[in-house]
Design a binder for this molecule. Structure first.
Ligand SMILES: Nc1nc2c(ncn2[C@@H]2O[C@H](COP(=O)(O)OP(=O)(O)OP(=O)(O)O)[C@@H](O)[C@H]2O)c(=O)[nH]1
Ligand SMILES: [Mg+2]
Length: 194
């Protein structure tokens, strides 16, 4: 699909503020600083649509992007960022969990994992939760450009083995800097949305 238009709709700090217009949506979830916003920009061919940063904790709210006037990409705050207060962490958690529980139009979640680090406890918690809510999942191992081909292949194999109890989806190796995996991921996302 060609991306004809991308519109930043709004940044949402609590669930009662989600956009009134209901469209099918896909959300992007992962640890803080894993590369969620970069991945969204890469998919949309926009450099600065979703704000990125080398400092973890950049995305604090739910950010809605409207694509071709037809559906939303939702950039979620990253989890597992140690350097915020307990209260703030709890607020992010409520926001993410509230979103996943209440969105009626959520067609899937792209679970983004750092290809170098692999799945952390919090990644597994999220996948467990999505499974119990019966939300379809796509798995992405990002920052693939930071690994050699053979190490990447080993990491993907390990991830597929580890995550098979949560989903039948296969991990897609991805790089926002090189665009690797972009076409494959977009195809899967569109098949969830349409
Ligand atoms: N080499 C490389 N760097 C990446 C890639 N994706 C993201 N980065 C870098 O990782 C850092 C974090 O990227 P973001 O996209 O802001 O991460 P995020 O998951 O949205 O972070 P929060 O909003 O803080 O949760 C930035 O410095 C990016 O340039 C990638 O595929 N390859
Ligand atoms: Mg972000």
């Amino acid at each position: 699909m060609k991306i004809n238009s991308v519109e930043f709709v709004k940044s949402v700090a609590s669930i009662d503020q989600v956009p009134k217009e209901k469209l099918n949506e896909v959300a992007f979830a992962g640890r803080s600083n894993v590369g969620k916003s970069s991945l969204i920009n890469c998919l949309l061919n926009r450099k600065k649509m979703a704000k990125t940063s080398s400092t973890p904790g950049k995305t604090r709210y739910l950010n809605y992007f409207k694509i071709n006037g037809r559906f939303y990409f939702v950039d979620l705050p990253g989890y597992g960022f140690a350097k915020v207060s307990k209260a703030e962490r709890q607020q992010w958690r409520n926001l993410i969990e509230g979103f996943l529980q209440t969105s009626e139009n959520l067609k899937g979640v792209v679970s983004i994992i750092d290809s170098r680090i692999g799945a952390t406890q919090l990644d597994l918690q999220l996948l467990d939760w999505l499974k119990s809510l019966a939300v379809p999942v796509l798995l992405v191992a990002t920052k693939a450009d930071k690994l050699s081909k053979s190490v990447l292949a080993t990491q993907i194999r390990k991830l597929n083995r580890k995550l098979s109890e949560y989903t039948t989806a296969q991990v897609i190796p991805f790089s926002a800097t090189k665009g690797a995996g972009k076409k494959e991921l977009m195809t899967h996302i569109l098949s969830l949305l349409e």
